[in-house]
Design a protein around this ligand. Structure first.
Ligand code: HEC
Ligand code: HEC
Length: 558
């Protein structure tokens, strides 16, 4: 018994030695502490209440300026987005191949194939921004102005485990330092909040470390962060949300792991006694909202928004995958093929751990910064690499075409892959690596690109291993991954094939198209028996019979 118990650990230790890139050892993610935010207690008096506020804000469709877009609208599916309609954004002025309602099909992937690299280059981003109602369509024509197409120019990464990233976004622009107002940390020297001290309303600077998620969260609400409209936009968000019932048009399960106790008996929204004002008062120190003058709560809304959403996202940790169980000593948790894939992944020929290191599976993690000789000024040390997914001129990313190495947990569900969403399946990702990238011109290739040696069996084993990185709580939307209902846009109504119907309900936006909406049903802490649908299954219509969750076949009226 003893020998069988210890054998895999020994085998594992042997492969761990071969791990490239000098990353931290592979352990269960349960052994990795969530980075604390020093000084948070100056602002927050109840961290549990902070998570309640954060979860409500993250899922509330009323937060968007169109009243229909939540953070969750693009982060509803294993923390990411797997929609196929209206997901293409052109990187250039050219809109070749982009038509309204363009629905991706399996045949569109991968975007780039050897020999076809001069084909139109597109990005599978996320449809539906806060300006969605300004989606400009030339009424009666199939053409749409590419510049006005409200699709993000990059594919949506998962918010699950993002708390372990030192910096967030594909290009790392969400600062690790939260200044209380904008995403740019110390670089923004004007950001400040209002504090009520000894009968005076004082201007105060905020500087919180380990808060990239708070810096990130204040980004999407402000459409043009470069244009100092910051405070004004946030005040508007505040004025609106403070008068609305949280999640007022969405179903909230009485069994929701966080919001259940606050849910209204009608099943819709939070109960009347839990307004955003009350949730903020419960979570934050009165010095930041109790001033009898100066509209302090509205003025400080970005602080509440950032810290609350960060606290909620910090609970989204998937540390119970079968790999974690294996590393905790359950030798049955991984199949022989998955264990072989693990050895290939960690071994030298695949090069994977040059960039997907440690148990977070990314060099952009806090754990990686603790290794000897770590230099934060070196993009590669910080986890940013160029793997030749797109030409540098299409998207320079962090600089010279480098992008944040994504963590690979739950990667089974986060397709399409890469910053351009150009690969539909993990097999396609492996083919990409086996051919050592697509657009190598311009150099700056990350370590190992050019030396990856993978035969078809190795690729199959590595794909099997990556699928063992799924936490079943994510697969079945169990706590902490349970959530309120959500309506998400999935394309537009058509008057005739290829012709968008004009929305005539609001004269100000006579040329807007009518959104089509799909329901993401609310689930409580026990989740859904049906597993999430993968992107590839969505493309192929697998699971539309209800055997997969989030198959986007149920209509929804926002
Ligand atoms: C319209 C779709 C959309 C909405 C709405 C949206 N996001 Fe995102 N999110 C994205 C995309 C696309 C990226 C990647 C952008 C980039 O890297 O340049 C992203 C990146 C992120 C990341 C970084 C993850 C990482 O690994 O780098 C986090 C965290 C995140 N979003 C949280 C939020 C929060 C919080 C909100 C609401 C305040 C929000 N998102 C609203 C699409 C969206
Ligand atoms: C040189 C560093 C580097 C190496 C080596 C590397 N990766 Fe990556 N990986 C990245 C970066 C950077 C990205 C994001 C690239 C982009 O979107 O432009 C990425 C993306 C991915 C993705 C897509 C994840 C998502 O959510 O979109 C998968 C899957 C992946 N890598 C698996 C692997 C495997 C398996 C190996 C080994 C065969 C490997 N990587 C080798 C740096 C690397």
């Amino acid at each position: 018994m003893k020998t069988t118990k210890f054998l895999p650990m020994l085998a594992f230790a042997a492969v761990a030695c071969a791990q490239r890139g000098g990353g931290p050892p592979l352990t269960s993610l349960k052994a990795v502490p969530v980075p604390a935010v020093p000084g948070l207690e100056q602002y927050v008096r109840d961290e549990a209440a902070l998570v309640v506020l954060g979860k409500a804000l993250f899922w509330d469709m009323q937060a968007g300026s169109d009243g229909k877009t939540a953070c969750a609208s693009c982060h509803f599916h294993a923390g990411a987005d797997h929609r196929v309609q209206n997901q293409l954004a052109p990187p250039h002025a050219s809109t070749a191949g982009i038509t309204p309602n363009r629905t991706l099909t399996a045949a569109d992937f991968p975007f780039h194939r050897p020999g076809t690299l001069d084909a139109p280059r597109e990005v599978a981003g996320s449809a539906g921004t806060f300006q969605r109602s300004f989606f400009d369509v030339v009424t009666g024509a199939a053409e749409v102005d590419g510049a006005d197409l409200q699709v993000t120019s990059r594919n949506t990464p998962s918010v699950i485990n993002a708390v372990f990233n030192v910096r967030n976004f594909w290009d790392g622009r969400a600062s690790n330092i939260f200044n209380g107002v904008t995403p740019s940390g110390d670089a923004d020297t004007t950001a400040s909040v209002l504090a009520w001290r000894d009968g005076h309303l004082l201007t105060e600077r905020v500087r919180l470390e380990n808060s990239s998620l708070a810096s990130q969260a204040v980004g999407p609400v402000l459409n043009e962060i470069e244009m100092s409209y910051t405070g004004r936009n946030f005040a508007k968000v505040a004025e609106k949300l403070l008068t609305l019932r949280p999640l007022g048009r969405q179903a909230v399960s009485a069994e929701d792991s966080v919001l259940g106790a606050y849910a209204d008996a009608s099943g819709i929204g939070l109960a009347a006694e839990y307004s955003y004002r009350q949730l903020i008062e419960a979570a934050f120190e009165p010095a930041y909202w109790a001033a009898p003058e100066g509209n302090q709560m509205t003025a400080n809304f970005s602080l509440f928004w950032g810290l609350a959403i960060q606290a909620y996202e910090a609970t989204l940790i998937s540390n119970d995958s079968r790999l974690d169980q294996f590393l905790e000593g359950n030798t049955q948790a991984l199949t022989t093929l998955e264990q072989q894939g693990m050895r290939e992944f960690l071994g030298g020929a695949s090069q994977c751990t040059q960039c997907h290191q440690g148990t977070e599976f990314t060099a952009a993690s806090f754990s990686n910064t603790r290794r000897p000789g770590f230099n934060p000024a070196n993009p590669r040390d910080a986890g940013f690499f160029r793997t030749a997914v797109t030409p540098i001129e299409d998207d320079p990313g962090f600089g010279n075409g480098a992008f944040k190495s994504p963590g690979l947990r739950n990667v089974e569900f986060t397709g399409p892959y890469f910053h351009d969403g150009g690969q539909a399946t993990l097999e396609q990702v492996m083919d990409f690596y086996a051919r050592n990238g697509d657009f190598r011109a311009g150099g700056n290739l990350g370590p190992g690109i050019g030396q990856i040696r993978l035969n078809p069996q190795d690729r199959t084993a590595i794909v099997a291993f990556m699928k063992a990185l799924t936490d079943d709580r994510v697969r079945h939307q169990r706590a902490p991954f349970d959530h309120p209902s959500l309506c998400i846009p999935t394309g537009h109504e058509e008057a005739a094939e290829g012709v968008l119907a004009a929305d005539t309900t609001d004269g100000r936006f006579a040329s807007s198209a009518i959104d089509r909406w799909a329901l993401i049903p609310a689930v409580g802490k026990d989740g859904d028996v049906a597993p999430l649908q993968t992107f590839d299954e969505l493309l192929r219509g697998i699971g539309n019979d209800g055997s997969r969750a989030h198959n986007l076949t149920q209509a929804c009226a926002p």
